[in-house]
Design a binder for this molecule. Sequence first.
Ligand code: MN
Length: 492
Amino acid sequence: MSDTVKAPAPQLIQGATGDWEIVLGLEIHAQVVSNAKLFSGAATEFGAEPNTQVSLVDAAMPGMLPVINEVVVEQAVRTGLGLKAQINNFSVFDRKNYFYPDLPQGYQISQFSQPIVGEGIVHVELADGSVREVGVERLHLEQDAGKSVHDLHPQQTYVDLNRSGVALMEIVSKPDMRSSEEASAYVRKIRSILRYLGTCDGNMEQGSMRADVNVSVRKPGGDLGTRAEIKNVNSLKFIQQAIEYEAQRQVDIIEDGGEIKQETRLFDAGSGTTRSMRSKEEAHDYRYFPDPDLLPLEFDDAFVARIKADLPELPDDKMDRFQAELGLSHYDAGVLVAEREIADYFEIVAAGRDAKIAANWVSGNLFGLLNKDATAITDSPVSAEQLGGLLDLMADGTISGKIAKDVFEDMFASGKDAATIVDEKGLKQVSDTGAIEAMVDEVMAANQDKVEEYRGGKDKLMGFFVGQVMKASKGQANPGVVNQILKDKLSG
Ligand code: MN
């Protein structure tokens, strides 16, 4: 993208022994959009009754064999292309062995040394408008586990296998982030890209996207410290909180003469703290080995090329185009491209119209009412075409900008077209000079003293006269015509 990438500005923590730098790497688990699971035909819909979306493969019945879901493979390649990453035409599925009651196979099928996607790059926009580059280490495909339900019975734990075998993409970043803001902006950007691509719905509340956050601290420019991994953080706010708490905790321990243990920790949203879950296992503890039930995954360049030809315009490219071709500011473009649905809506409003005015109306007036009602843009009571119609009435002078704001609120409440509301309420702007002249005469007659002051050199009173005439016309007089007639009459 055209915006300059800046070096990270570390978020420093002040300790008794001086400043400390936070070093962050993220592993994002993103559920792949697909009707079926990674190796079975069972459904993946959210919110189904427990254990209603479980095939014999997902329940790990003896003798069942996994069969790769081609759609999921395409989605992983599509995502890799969206992350500007290396696509590996040859990759291998491995068994990652561990015991858990909601993992009936006794292992997770994942990818270890040969993932489907290699290194990539993500551009991350920060609140101050600067752009950072975060490296992607790899993306691999793996199965999700089931869910243990502990709160339905005082003595028993239930197991729901609906999620067992659901396809996940694990996107591993390099330890390139230096502040909690960067980490949260990175997750937001990944979510935006995946939604544009249609490869993950990015719904963090439903668990279809969650992040493991690796946190360590070091003296600026020093060697990397030992990291702790905070598991399954499922909101942008929690990611920031978890990082800030954890970094401070590590600084306090080191400065007290202690050592950081490499471990897996849990974030407690209630208290905003992290606590130890288990000492961190090493890769060799999992006894990874290639899954003998699955052949290596192999595809050719034509397969990748076909998917590439089908990619939508992604947020970075859209951002460049909105600035270069439509003349939008960096900030406005950033707001409008964050979600594909918003960008699509905006482009319909802007088509054949003034793009900056369209941008202001979408990100100002429309967002204002949508936020107030907690409504998504896809459910907006005013369609993009209808908003365009309102802008047309302003552009051709039928209504003033001030009236347009009222009309828009009516449109939002009623779903009616702008033209209908303007007709019904008789809001057409008055440009008829005769009618305006009459109003000007009335205002001047009622304010003789001010007319004298104006003629005596108090130019500033012009604003007062315009205001009075606009008020007399209930906002419907054409302000340009009002100004002209006032100038003529007052000088005469
Ligand atoms: Mn994983």
